[in-house]
Design a binder for this molecule. Sequence first.
Ligand code: ARG
Length: 456
Amino acid sequence: MAKKLWGGRFKKQIDSDFEEFSKSIQYDYKLSRIDVFHSIIHTLALGGSKLLTKAETKKILDALNSIIRDIDTKKFNPDMNSEDIHTDIHNRLEKKIGGLAAKVHTLRSRNDQIVFNEKFYCLDEALNIQSLLKNLIDSCICLMEKYAKQPFIGYTHTQRAQVILFSDYMIAFANMFTRDLKRIKQFYDSVVPYIGAGALAGTSLNKKEYGKAIEVFFDYKQAESEKVKSVENSMDNVSDRDFIMEFLGGISIVQMHLSRLCEDFILYSTQEFDYLDLPEEFCTGSSLMPHKKNPDFLELVRGYTGRIYGNQISLMTTMKGLPMTYNRDMQLDKEPLFSSVEIIKDELKIMAKFIKGVKLKNKVIEKALQDERLYATELAEFMVFKGIAFKNAHDIVGKIIRYSEDNSIAIKDMSDELLKTFHAQLNNKDILKVMHSEHAVSSKKSINRKVPRVNA
Ligand code: ARG
């Protein structure tokens, strides 16, 4: 049986199956560095409160720093026999400084450590996700600039609707990711890692000592270290997992945007649409059908939406109706958190490369742009500017389209004589001008185009 941070009141040994079942070391080892941070602040506070001598404080801090060095130089292998990362770090400390390690946990609880650790983890990862989102936005802008003036086919209800600019289409996605970026930044700004909650009721160490300890800790210069504060409400602190739900919520929205992008690109690269040529290095073939080039990356990203939404729902359900304050249920918050963070980072990283490799198939797009139905709205609008009420214009154009379909005659091929049977003011010359992609795009005056700039 592995060494524990508790046990004095127990006569029986822990059941070995239950012991395995209750462990979290297999995933919470990811928090090792941050767990040492907590120990550093706590040791400084104990030293300031005279519960440790200067020499003891120094000895413990030296040992903790050497554990950080081991972590940074990848010499740290978590001991999978430990119950959790807090126990693992404690055992490591004991190996280095013997019995003195027993003093580090004075007036401290893992309930305080774990929430501190998780907040730091979220802060670190929020910064990483922000920088990945910036790269992705840059890629969307690169693709947009490559095809700046290209008219494209716009859809509603997955039915051809109106002509748009491909650049506007890409800016739409860049805007989504820019909102995501802001959301993650707001989340970052709102998170405060507290220290000093004890198990739930606070500790007898003075908040001033925590304050001084935190100030010394700032020297570690980890970007997030300046956010640490001594606890304001100890019960709320140990039982709060809102920040994880918020982070997972932000990640879920990023995922939703990615999955919409994937769906469009999958559709537009089918032989049925055929507007896009996807970068080959992110596609795979079929073991049976030699001709296949499958959009697997896009499908996997779309597929991961289930996992990412599931992770959020999993935590929300775990937290539902939990009595105050800490409960062991909350240990199960880490796998969904780590899972979503790891998936979204991979997706964002690869998607930024993917988008740069997307090519438009201009010939197919030009052909699709010949579809006269794409200009029906433009024709109705043109009639409005000739003084015809919109509802009437809508009706007249509807009739022209119907006639065109029933008699297999293009509107552009209709004679003036025929057009006048629909409305006296219609003629072929105007039709040719109005039912054209250039007119469709240039007649839109309401758009105040803005390209998101995130690296400024
Ligand atoms: N492994 C635990 C968790 O992740 C750490 C806190 C344990 N606290 C306790 N009272 N058993 O939540």
